[in-house]
Design a protein around this ligand. Structure first.
Ligand SMILES: CC(C)(COP(=O)(O)OP(=O)(O)OC[C@H]1O[C@@H](n2cnc3c(N)ncnc32)[C@H](O)[C@@H]1OP(=O)(O)O)[C@@H](O)C(=O)NCCC(=O)NCCS
Length: 198
């Protein structure tokens, strides 16, 4: 149950995006989130569930289809997926984290921590929470909280001085229960949209 041991199948499909041991010692008592019953990244509550870093084989486990429940993903080929995985791994700072239902080999939840390196605040690190989604048939079972708290604690563990997110108004309450705050005078999200690159 919980976090898998590192293994590889020779062609790299089981390669992790980041070292899975980073999820092993996250202290869920540090989070204000209330879990009833208590669960964590290492003890997600069911022996068929595992919380782990993204693997290349998740292309075949419905990872992109899950992201499709969040936004438009497009037709990403396996090569595009593998190339992007390799680029993320090489550049570092990408912590795409998933929950798998091992009974059916499907990714049922995901969230990404990205880490920006700064000069300010004494060369600090800032985390950003991105692409949070739980498969619609698994919602309401604490998995949203589980995946968000996992990557938020990971950000803290990796030395970030803060973690930020953008969300729809209706999710503000959800994130507030997990420790995120609207900061008075400093809570606007602005975007500039560009035409799709040719
Ligand atoms: C948002 C999302 C990840 C929550 O996942 P989940 O597994 O259902 O969440 P949980 O079961 O952990 O719910 C945690 C709490 O948040 C509340 N909540 C969950 N989704 C909510 C929503 N869309 N609006 C308001 N409250 C919500 C739940 O009622 C629950 O409250 P409780 O602890 O008082 O019972 C999921 O609804 C989802 O994938 N939505 C589509 C993608 C999306 O909008 N992602 C967020 C982008 S910022």
């Amino acid at each position: 149950m919980g976090i898998e041991k590192i293994s590889d199948d020779g062609d790299g499909k089981l390669e992790y995006l980041y070292p899975p041991h980073l999820l092993q010692n996250l202290d869920f008592n540090k989070s204000p989130a209330i879990f009833k019953p208590k669960i964590s990244a290492v003890q997600p509550g069911e022996d068929w569930m595992v919380v782990r870093p993204l693997q290349k084989s998740d292309y075949d486990k419905g990872f992109l289809q899950l992201l499709g429940q969040l936004t438009n993903v497009g037709n990403v080929t396996r090569k595009q997926f593998d190339d992007r995985f390799n680029q993320m791994k090489q550049s570092g700072g990408y912590y795409v984290t998933v929950i798998e239902d091992k009974r059916i080999s499907k990714i049922i939840g995901a969230a990404t921590l990205t880490i920006e390196q700064k000069f300010i605040h004494n060369c600090s690190l800032r985390g950003r929470l991105e692409d949070v989604v739980v498969n619609d048939t698994y919602r309401g079972k604490q998995l949203g909280k589980l995946i968000v708290v996992t990557v938020s604690l990971l950000a803290q563990e990796l030395g970030c001085y803060k973690m930020s997110l953008d969300c729809k108004d209706k999710l503000i309450k959800f994130y507030e229960t997990l420790g995120y705050k609207l900061e008075a005078g400093n809570s606007n999200a602005m975007n500039m949209r560009f035409d799709a690159p040719s």
